[in-house]
Write a protein that binds this ligand. Structure first.
Ligand code: NAD
Length: 346
């Protein structure tokens, strides 16, 4: 039976992979994969990783040295993987491209609704029998303009939800959906016209800090910014400044650029050495969740099912349909090749 080292695993991973224990032997490690923990992978046939595992060159070199040539990501995003190093080491990197776009889009909307109607504040007040309504006024989402950055699987579900609320939707995507009735605009237009901006694009080097000081300057005063994609898309310091200057009206983050050593852990008894995060968290118009937008029963079941399918394909020697490859990244088009090719990358 093939043995898989599962990094950054949570209790729910053990539950969702339990139906597959007859097919694979899983060792669930709570530690994230890093240069310090990679030794744990020695002797296994493959590793299974998540959003904050370190799959940089040095770690991939070690995996290859241990004879491991497959990394199974339990996620869609792969900004934590050095694909060039993976390719050089002949390591196949396979992801779960879709497991529930609804889970993430609904969470993005939950952040938006909570921030706008101050649910997080009202909840705390009413638990204290404080039924005062001062400061809790929101606005109708109906007829407001929402700018959606990235109209892939999640962005499209988000658009459907926004339309259900009667919002006017404008979009930006370098690869627009063909034959859609979406109103695509330039990024600058999106910044200047949107009351709410929601990010649904992958993080690549070219769009790191796409929401920076300059972008925020272009936005409407009071804009709401929702990020359920990747923390690195936003320059957090610029975001904090925007909030302090009241240019940004509210922020909902499920991801944060420095989340790797904080999220998924109980840090409540620690001193947090991240002043930007500490300041963001204490603002009344900011809600931060712990990269949990994917966390629905349906999504977890789908992640386990697709990951096992990916493993079956890899170990079975067939075409690995969800494999990432170096060439796609080189072409700067994350979707460019794996639909087109019908064989393994190498
Ligand atoms: P997808 O591949 O279906 O869609 C991504 C879209 O973004 C594509 O249409 C692509 O053309 C577009 N895009 C690429 N570069 C862009 C850019 N610079 N500006 C604007 N658009 C750009 O992906 P998806 O399934 O919709 O997921 C989107 C992102 O959501 C993922 O990349 C991942 O980072 C994030 N995500 C977060 C969670 C979570 O739990 N918070 C879970 C899953 C995915």
């Amino acid at each position: 039976m093939k043995r898989i080292a599962v990094f950054d695993s949570k209790k729910y991973d053990e539950s969702s992979f339990a139906p597959y224990l007859k097919q694979y032997e899983f060792a669930f490690f709570k530690d994230k994969l890093s240069l310090h923990t990679v030794i744990l992978a020695k002797g296994f046939d493959a590793v299974m990783c998540f959003v904050n595992d370190d799959l940089s060159k040095d770690v991939l070199d070690k995996l290859s040295e241990f004879g491991i040539h497959a990394v199974f990501l339990r996620c869609a995003g792969y900004n934590n993987v050095d694909l060039a190093a993976a390719y050089k080491n002949k390591i196949h990197v396979v992801r779960v491209p879709a497991y529930s776009p609804y889970a993430i889009a609904e969470h993005a909307f939950a952040l938006l609704l909570s921030l706008n109607r101050h649910i997080h504040k009202a909840y705390i007040r009413s638990r204290d029998f404080n039924f005062n309504l001062d400061g809790l006024t929101g606005f109708d989402l109906h007829e407001k303009t929402v700018g959606v950055i990235g109209t892939g699987k999640i962005g499209r579900v988000f658009i459907d939800i926004a339309k259900g609320f009667g919002m006017h939707v404008i979009c930006y995507d370098p690869y627009p959906v063909k034959d859609s009735d979406y109103e695509y605009v330039s990024l600058d237009d999106l910044y200047t016209r949107s009351d709410v901006i929601s990010l649904h694009c992958p993080l690549i080097e070219a769009n790191r800090h796409m929401i920076d000081k300059k972008a925020i300057e272009k936005m409407k005063k009071g804009v709401f910014i929702i990020n359920t994609s990747r923390g690195g898309l936003i320059d957090s310091k610029a975001l904090l400044e925007g909030l302090k200057e009241k240019k940004v009206g509210a922020v909902g983050l499920d991801v944060y650029e420095e989340e790797a050593n904080l999220f998924y852990k109980d840090n409540s008894l620690k001193i947090i050495n991240d002043d930007v995060l500490s300041l963001l968290i204490q603002l009344p118009n900011v809600i931060i969740t712990s990269h949990q937008a994917y966390l629905t029963h349906e999504a977890l079941d789908n992640i386990a099912k697709t990951t096992v399918q990916n493993m079956d394909e890899y170990f079975g020697g067939s075409f690995i349909q969800n494999e990432l490859c170096y060439h796609c990244e080189k072409n700067k088009d994350p979707q460019a090749c794996y639909h087109a090719r019908a064989k393994r990358c190498f």
